[in-house]
Design a protein around this ligand. Structure first.
Ligand SMILES: Nc1ncnc2c1ncn2[C@@H]1O[C@H](COP(=O)(O)OP(=O)(O)OP(=O)(O)O)[C@@H](O)[C@H]1O
Length: 596
């Protein structure tokens, strides 16, 4: 079953599994500052099973908008107005139902850069196919073979931080990821963008064979197809300014239609190039001709399209419901996250080296600060306060930073996979968060072992050392929670990356080191209670300055105006960690809605 050419289907079986996508009078507009902007203006059409339908048009004509609407990715709200009917085999479908018979390949290849091609496919197979492990692996092999990805199956996807496969291979991996579940319908947004002509041809050829030999419905938008690709289209939809100017078969039909309204394609020209040249809206002449195109469509083609819509297939939709358990999903996500951690230089190797360098560096700077038995001066106390505060901030930042760098890219993958119903938010959050907790706690632990005796911190008993490590680990964990929170609170990944580190400033100001806790103005003093540094610092100060045989003559705890003992502070630290983690979860749950 590796090559789609070899698959023979009887007409009856083919009909039973087929899906015709029909849309009627689609009106789509968005509210802008200057008023309502109408993007799609009463579109009706049909995409038939066993065919590939290409949607072409001038830039900004509304091709992607139409595709998104057909994929149930657009919702009407106060800023978006969407009217019309979208039907699969003459039945309306929800976004949940869409994922049970169709797949969507986005224009950008949203894949995890630290996974190999095969691992990506295997992950999709594990969560999308309800079969034995052997059958899932066979399906993966089959898709790899059909997409000619065998040679690079064990290569990392790659990206900003890791070298990986080529653009064409990435695109084929994205397609394979969706083909794994053998969807009855596949939608692709500009699958050939940025690819060389041969790769572009091979992708459309693959889609053509998938449609014809398996009786699937393939719909995609495309820019500037070569003549070889153009000749493969079964059905073409041409759009200008949110309206169709052509809908029907390719080949001579489309040439004849345009010739009949006065636009003859020159001999030996690629029809796609010619049509693009008369459609693009940069030229005044083209804009003046729009009315001719629209009338030509309304007078000559609209009735025929309506007839096709009326005759569309209305059999049962071949739904594929794959509901894996939440525990299985957590397991799969956790396993994937472990791989990501191991392979990502930013998340593991760099952090390990950073933890050691930071601890050694601070250890040298604050080398052996005199303790209570060495007649410490006020300067020594100040130095010790400084390192304790700097320490909690560093542990927090060491955890927050990689999260901010990596999470924006990962959240795009999350949005895509959650949209495709591979898993739901809760398993994703817990599967990933639990694994991420390990480095956030382990690296502070390693740093503590180095710095503790270099600085000469309180080693009155083992409990003191243990407590210092505990607080350092929680500082790292809180950094992780706030990294997740920032990554999911903002609808734009760029904003999340830019704004989250800015939280550091108020946290530092209210951390109890730069200003006494009781000196804040009453209108803002509440902020200190949600500031993790305050409790972490307080816990370390109490831990450091209390000795079994007395303590510092200066009584630094009183000087710093800190009023909780170390275990009370620890309770608040745990409370704040849970608080920020819960918020991160809530924001992640609503991210999809907000991004849309
Ligand atoms: N959510 C939105 N808010 C405001 N304008 C939008 C929104 N979605 C789409 N548009 C506008 O609608 C028009 C159609 O956009 P769309 O992305 O569908 O076009 P397209 O045909 O796919 O263009 P291209 O080929 O350049 O990708 C564009 O002018 C775009 O700016």
């Amino acid at each position: 079953m590796a090559d789609y050419d070899k698959i023979q289907y009887t007409q009856t079986t083919a009909k039973q599994n087929s899906i015709d996508i029909v849309f009627k009078n689609i009106e789509y507009s968005v509210r802008e500052k200057k008023g309502q902007k109408q993007i799609l203006k009463g579109l009706s059409g049909i995409c038939k099973s066993g065919q590939i339908t290409a949607i072409l048009g001038s830039s900004g004509a509304g091709k992607t908008s139409l595709l998104n609407i057909l994929c149930q990715r657009v919702r009407a709200n106060q800023n978006v107005s969407l009217n019309g009917e979208i039907l699969a085999n003459n039945k309306p479908y929800s976004s949940e139902e869409f994922t049970q018979f169709a797949s969507y390949v986005m224009q950008d290849d949203i894949l995890l850069e630290t996974m190999t091609v095969k691992e990506c496919m295997q992950f999709a197979a594990n969560l999308k196919i309800k079969k034995s492990n052997i059958e899932k692996s066979q399906k993966v092999e089959e898709v790899l073979k059909s997409l000619k990805l065998e040679r690079c199956q064990n290569t990392l996807i790659g990206g900003h931080f890791v070298k990986g496969i080529s653009g064409g291979e990435k695109k084929r991996t994205s397609i394979g990821y969706e083909l794994i579940s053998d969807p009855s319908c596949i939608f692709l947004d500009e699958p050939t963008s940025g690819l060389d002509s041969f790769t572009a041809y091979s992708i459309i050829d693959l889609m053509r064979r998938y449609a014809q030999n398996k009786n699937k419905t393939v719909i995609f938008t495309i820019h500037q197809p070569s003549s070889d690709i153009w000749n493969m289209f079964d059905r073409i939809m041409l759009m200008v300014e949110g309206r169709f100017i052509y809908q029907g078969p390719g080949g001579s039909d489309i040439i004849n239609h345009f010739e009949s309204i006065g636009f003859k394609c020159p001999q030996f020209s690629n029809p796609a190039d010619y049509l693009m040249s008369i459609m693009h809206q940069e030229s005044e002449t083209n804009r003046q001709n729009n009315q001719v195109y629209f009338q030509g469509y309304d007078n000559q083609l609209k009735a025929g399209v309506q007839c096709e819509i009326d005759q569309s297939y209305s059999g049962e939709i071949p739904y594929k419901q794959v509901h894996t358990s939440a525990f299985y999903q957590i397991g799969q996500i956790a396993l994937r996250q472990i791989r990501i951690l191991k392979r990502s230089p930013i998340l593991f190797k760099a952090r390990f080296i950073q933890s050691i360098i930071l601890a050694v560096f601070l250890g040298i700077i604050y080398w052996q600060i005199p303790g209570p038995h060495d007649n410490p001066t006020q300067r020594d106390v100040n130095d010790k306060n400084g390192i304790l505060f700097f320490w909690v901030v560093s542990m927090f930042m060491m955890s927050l930073k990689p999260c901010i760098l990596v999470f924006p890219a990962e959240r795009a993958v999350f949005l895509r996979e959650e949209n495709a119903k591979l898993y739901s938010v809760t398993p994703y959050f817990f599967g990933k968060f639990i694994v991420d907790m390990f480095p956030s706690a382990i690296f502070p632990f390693i740093s503590c072992l180095i710095i503790y005796w270099m600085v000469g911190l309180n080693d009155d008993n083992a409990g003191k050392v243990f407590f210092f490590i505990l607080i350092s680990c929680f500082s790292g964990l809180t950094g992780l929670s706030i990294g997740y929170l920032g990554g999911s609170a903002f609808s734009s990944a760029q904003t999340a990356t830019a704004i989250t580190p800015l939280l550091l400033m108020p946290f530092m100001l209210f951390g109890g080191y730069y200003k006494n806790a009781s000196d804040y103005a009453s209108w803002i003093s509440w902020f200190q209670y949600i500031c993790p540094f305050k409790y972490q610092f307080m816990a370390l100060v109490d831990n450091e300055y209390t000795y079994s045989d007395g303590g510092y003559p200066q009584d630094p705890i009183k000087q710093l105006d800190l009023d909780l003992n170390r275990w009370e502070s620890f309770g608040c630290i745990v409370g704040l960690f849970v608080f920020y983690t819960a918020f991160a979860y809530i924001f992640l749950s609503t991210l999809k809605k907000r991004v849309q």
